[in-house]
Design a protein around this ligand. Sequence first.
Ligand SMILES: Nc1ncnc2c1ncn2[C@@H]1O[C@H](COP(=O)(O)OP(=O)(O)OP(=O)(O)O)[C@@H](O)[C@H]1O
Ligand SMILES: [Mg+2]
Length: 361
Amino acid sequence: MLFDPSPKESRKDFFDREKEIEQLESLKSRVVLILGLRRTGKSSLVKIVLNDLNLPYVYIDLRRFEEMPNMTYRDLIRETEREVNRLKYRYPGIVNFLRGLKGVGVMGNEVRFSWGKDRLSFSDLLVSLNDWAEDKVLVVIDEAQELGKLRGVDLLPSFAYSYDNLKKVKIVLTGSEMGLLHRYLKTKDPDSPLFGRAMSEVQLKPFRRNEAIDFLKRGFEEQRVQFREYEMVYEEIGGIPGWLTYFGFTYTESRDLERSLKKTLDHAKKLVLKEFENFLVDKQTASKRYYTVMRVMAGCGTWSEVKRSLEAQEGVRISDSTLYNYLTHLADSSWIVKEKGLYCPTDPLIKIAFKERAQLT
Ligand SMILES: Nc1ncnc2c1ncn2[C@@H]1O[C@H](COP(=O)(O)OP(=O)(O)OP(=O)(O)O)[C@@H](O)[C@H]1O
Ligand SMILES: [Mg+2]
């Protein structure tokens, strides 16, 4: 069902994106990036491809670390352990490949990984998966920019080792904060383990007007719901599939256009502001300034407009390098884009959320 609000797992419920599915399924490089704003369908794309390919995989979901200022190796290892235990039900033979590794214990039916002194190394785990796999094995890390918060361990050497030596391991990383993910991977930095490693990138863009309208048409046909106000819906909520899905779902239930639009917008705005709080989790001292920047950006703004507003608010001079830092962080986390000298929100809903917030405060 097209308007089912959870991530899709089957191709028949997924609208279009044929090219992106094909791109991911070809697994051309050993590390593949799936990039797209929030709610553009990254997790769905991965799940559909995993189901299609029918290969063994480990799926590590790092979304919940978004709210936390950092992450430990224990957190990562426990997520991984759970996935490996799931895998062993279908492929019991995997246990024999893991058994001898440092930091791996097998108790009864359960595989245990340790993260303390004699911890399991992520590289060793990847090597074992490679030795075990007949054809390919996928290691998916959803919202991989969160790995930048990992303290005490660096996974980049493991990824680089895998890229260079492990033919059967395919690493798939998704990211809504695209600049941050690139910054974490540092493929352009000669000092980084991943320097120069070419990765394929699958980009999920919001639907264009026609696609968004076709999406809604198909969804309503499927539900046998009469609907006509396609243009208006696109004007109000834009082309992000997740919001169109949410709208379709609520309208199908209520058959009330105004209420469904309002509910979708309210929900989307709330999520935008919540996400922004997560973004600020390690930037607390500058949070007021970041809100000011976004308030100015809501109507699109130039460098000097932003600077003037910040200086007016605090009555102190703001240096160019400080402002540069703010704007770079915002752009890296996909809050703003620079187009023809103007900084604007990346999505109309981000714009609306900050405009309204400004009116309330
Ligand atoms: N092409 C599509 N066809 C049908 N539904 C879609 C499509 N793309 C996304 N959706 C729907 O949009 C919502 C968001 O999708 P999904 O969770 O896969 O996106 P995401 O990019 O992983 O989001 P988030 O950034 O919140 O993790 C889900 O309800 C999903 O079913
Ligand atoms: Mg997701």
